[in-house]
Design a protein around this ligand. Structure first.
Ligand code: IPE
Ligand code: IPE
Ligand code: MG
Length: 247
């Protein structure tokens, strides 16, 4: 049986988040510039998206550029921004045709103007689609997102719009960039690194974590299916006992 056939389609996660890591190492292993790895990584984005569409995942969030990634050498940052602009411009027609809704999380106002323009065009053109929600985390970090939420909530209390006792988990949910998006049930990180690197810290409170040695440019839809199978083999207890879950 191939991997796809082993997946229980009634129990696929509705939201998968991916930390796409290992582009630089992939390129350097073959004596190429790191940017070459980023370029080939775009093909893996297509693979992950096709895989998600195939098994009925509703939300796919991809960590594409972190707040901390600005600290990389200037040429790499410029190359990544250029790649982002070119890729969105090139892919938006096909994404629209396959009914994908494009959105972002992160401080996109900090991106180059031309990237913001391409993104706005992508949101506008795909907003009425009904297929997979492709969410790009751009200039994103979870601590930034939580800090912004805290500031908004504090301002609401200060202005008398709410009291401290009104603040609940939902208040925080609703003030995050992900307010319209359910929490991911599955988080995948490629390249063998076992860390979260400031990604969706609040939202992954109960996500299943799947780490793979595969470097992002080698990632194929079968790797997504493997992660989903791994997810389906887990017992999600949410603090309860195994006996409570299986009864
Ligand atoms: C992930 O690959 C892409 C981004 C962070 C933009 P890396 O560029 O981090 O690749 P490695 O981890 O150095 O191999
Ligand atoms: C995380 O990868 C960010 C993205 C995938 C965009 P990094 O390669 O930047 O993470 P660290 O620095 O190894 O933790
Ligand atoms: Mg990395």
């Amino acid at each position: 049986m191939n991997i796809l056939e082993q997946i229980n389609l009634n129990e696929t996660p509705q939201h998968i988040a991916i930390i796409m890591d290992g582009n630089g190492r992939w390129a350097q292993k073959q004596g190429q510039d790191r940017l070459f790895g980023h370029n080939i990584g775009v093909e893996s984005v297509r693979e992950a998206l096709k895989g998600a569409q195939e098994i009925g995942v509703k939300y796919l969030t991809l960590y594409a550029f972190s707040t901390e990634n600005w600290n990389r050498p200037r040429a790499e940052v410029e190359g990544l921004m250029d790649l982002l602009i070119r890729t969105i411009a090139k892919e938006v027609d096909e994404l629209n045709e396959s009914n994908v809704v494009i959105s972002t999380i992160g401080e996109t106002s900090g991106l180059p103007d031309s990237a913001q323009k391409e993104l706005q065009d992508a949101y506008d053109r795909t907003k009425d689609n009904t297929g997979v929600n492709l969410i790009l985390a751009l200039n994103y970090s979870s601590k930034w997102e939580i800090l912004e939420a805290v500031k908004k909530i504090a301002a609401n209390v200060k202005d008398g719009n709410m009291s401290v006792d009104d603040i609940g988990y939902e208040t925080i949910d609703l003030n995050l960039n992900t307010k319209d998006i359910p929490d991911p049930e599955l988080l995948i990180r490629t390249s063998g690194e076992h860390r979260v690197s400031n990604f969706l810290l609040w939202q992954i409170a109960y996500a299943e974590l799947h780490f793979t040695e595969v470097l992002w440019p080698d990632f194929k839809r079968e790797d997504l299916y493997k992660a989903v199978l791994d997810y389906q083999s887990r017992e999600r207890r949410f603090g309860m006992t195994s006996a409570q879950i299986t009864k």
